[in-house]
Design a binder for this molecule. Structure first.
Ligand SMILES: [Zn+2]
Length: 174
């Protein structure tokens, strides 16, 4: 099967783009090795906080660009975000529950790049990078300016030896 996400390569510059956004195509082990090196240097909790802020910012920018480019409404944009992540090889995200009135939801993830690289690690949850993806996209959906107002945790991980997928639960704290 070929990619289901559109990829345009600029003949002159060699830059890859999807939906007008410059992209980088790289080996999974390259991304995960860099990730693990920073985690080892900073400690998981410090790195997790930094990542959460940075990835939430990127998720919000991505969603805002989609609204401008495609005219999607906020919920369609939220769903499109996880569809595009899935199409780009991060893993297969499914939005299992989305309650915009109760301001909470649940997402499952199969074949997460981090879980696949980690193998079996009983008791571990290694996909915390995605927590900021979720807090950013959900704060965008709810129109909350500050993504730290959304809590998200990887509740369990496919690497833990107990589950065949990862799960993320999230909730706006306001
Ligand atoms: Zn996981």
């Amino acid at each position: 099967m070929q990619p289901t996400v559109p990829i345009d390569v600029d003949e002159e510059s060699g830059i890859w783009r999807t939906d007008g956004l410059p992209m980088v195509y790289l080996p999974r082990h390259f991304l995960v090795n860099n990730h693990l090196a920073v985690e080892a240097a900073l400690g998981r909790e410090a790195y997790r906080d930094i990542l959460r802020a940075a990835t939430a910012k990127s998720a919000i920018e991505w969603c805002e660009a989609q609204v401008r480019g495609k005219g999607l409404d906020p919920e369609a944009t939220f769903r499109h975000y996880f569809q595009r992540l899935s199409q780009r090889g991060w893993g297969q995200f499914s939005i299992d529950m989305l309650d915009t009135v109760g301001r909470r939801g649940s997402i499952s993830l199969r074949n997460s790049i981090f879980a696949l690289e980690a193998g079996q690690q009983p008791g571990q949850r290694v996909c915390y990078m995605f927590e900021g993806f979720v807090t950013g996209a959900f704060s965008f959906l709810l129109g909350i300016a500050d993504p730290t107002a959304v809590a998200c945790e990887e509740t369990y991980c496919a690497c833990d030896g107990q589950h065949d997928h990862c799960r993320f639960d999230f909730e706006a704290k306001l």
